[in-house]
Design a protein around this ligand. Structure first.
Ligand code: GLV
Ligand code: MN
Ligand code: MN
Ligand code: MN
Length: 399
């Protein structure tokens, strides 16, 4: 599975992956998913929201045990973020079958669309639609950098965008959801733990800052005549870092668009996105409030204007305590010992599904600690232990 998926959407110059929802590489990943399901005799079920499901057993029986992750990537993302959870899900099914396990409940493998929000800007779009966490009309209108909307992209992939939205009958059939994921930091390296159980996801969100000024000539405009949004923007980047650090939070500016983007012109507009996260919601709120205030103060000095738009926000998610205990117990019983329990600053479909079904996560060690970048890595031995752990958990949950 890993070998087949490895070349899909790999950008040679960086070694990173560019798998954007409904784009050629992601569609190839979807085809791979369909083949993986067919090769195992699992029934393929593409839902109206763009998510893929493969069933061992009849989902109509209800109380299904679902596991999976996503196949899309951030720009130049790593190989593991997302695909490891999907590949491990199929591998766990293989392990259970090889042992002759007969599940008493249906087992589902899922791949959620647009988890990263790399194409349309809103992370976990597929799981948000499934659970009703986003208004379908709003979702249809989201657009990518080329102005292509979700509705248009879905239609070109053969899906009917009119049908998207909360899928109650599907949710009713899901008993539990477990997502296996590469760890995206160094916690498990420090703890010498190949496998860990997730406890919570930090509150996090994305804010768009539009800095507006006046375009003008780089060589003739006097300093005192300039209305330069780049200055206000630069100050905001520094302020974000400083305020987040003081609060024990995280703030990142990873995407910026400058208009008109000419070397010899003062820009008319700079548009930047702040990704901010913290362990507690009030910490995050106060970092953003402080940042907005500092930005507006700076803008009034620069003569620019700033508009702040919150594009997405996910409050704190604590995974189901009973599920966490169940996972820890199943792993202990199977010789994994006492696995550590971790909270994470990364967002996941599991965090969205947790509002609708009992949900838990498993993490696999990442020796580089790098993620959302080509350096993301996991040793094959750890991946196999992860699949083994997932198989044990599914066995426990589906018997
Ligand atoms: C998704 O991976 C996110 O946490 O940004
Ligand atoms: Mn990710
Ligand atoms: Mn992910
Ligand atoms: Mn994620």
């Amino acid at each position: 599975m890993w070998r087949d998926l490895a070349p899909v959407g790999r950008f040679e110059a960086t070694g990173g992956y560019r798998r954007y929802s409904y784009g050629a590489a992601e569609l190839e990943c979807r085809a791979w998913f369909a083949e993986a399901a067919a090769a195992r005799g699992l029934s393929l079920d593409a839902d109206a929201n763009g998510n893929l499901w493969a069933w061992w057993g009849d989902p109509a029986a209800g109380d299904a045990v679902v596991t999976g992750s996503h196949l899309d990537s951030v720009p130049d993302g790593g190989a593991f973020d997302g695909p490891l959870g999907v590949v491990s899900a199929f591998a766990a099914v293989d392990l259970l079958r090889a042992r002759g396990f007969k599940p008493a409940k249906p087992i589902g493998v899922a791949a959620f669309v647009e988890e990263e929000g790399a194409r349309f800007g809103l992370a976990c779009l597929g799981s948000r639609l499934l659970t009703g966490a986003i208004d379908p009309a709003k979702a249809r209108a989201l657009s990518d950098g080329d102005g292509v909307t979700v509705a248009e992209a879905m239609a070109s992939a053969g899906l009917d965008p009119a049908l998207i939205g909360r899928d109650q009958s599907r949710l009713d059939r899901i008993g539990v959801y477990v997502e296996l994921h590469i760890e995206q930091g160094r916690a498990q390296v420090d703890m010498d733990a190949p496998v860990a159980v997730g406890s919570a996801i930090w509150p996090h969100g994305r804010w768009r800052f539009d800095f507006d000024g006046e375009a003008n000539h780089a060589g003739t405009t006097r300093i005192e005549d300039r209305v330069d949004p780049m200055l206000t923007y630069a100050n905001t980047v520094l302020a974000a870092r400083k305020k987040a650090k003081l609060a024990g939070a995280l703030a990142t500016v990873g995407k910026v668009i400058c208009e008109p983007n000419g070397t010899n012109a003062i820009p008319s507009r700079v548009r930047a996105w702040i990704d901010a996260r913290a362990a507690a919601e009030d910490t995050l709120a106060s970092v953003l409030a402080g940042l907005e205030q500092a930005t507006h103060e700076r803008a009034s000095r620069d003569g620019t204007t700033v508009t702040v738009t919150r594009e997405s926000y996910t409050g704190e998610v604590a995974f189901d305590l009973a599920m966490r205990g169940r996972l820890a117990g199943a792993l202990k019983e199977r010789g994994f010992g006492e696995v550590p329990v971790l909270a994470t600053g990364a967002g996941h479909d599991a965090g969205v599904l947790a509002s609708s079904v009992p949900t838990a996560m498993l993490f696999v060690r990442n020796p580089t600690g790098v993620s959302h970048a080509p350096g993301e890595f996991a040793e094959m031995a750890d991946c196999l232990r992860g699949a083994e752990a997932l198989a044990g958990v599914l066995e426990d949950l589906a018997r």
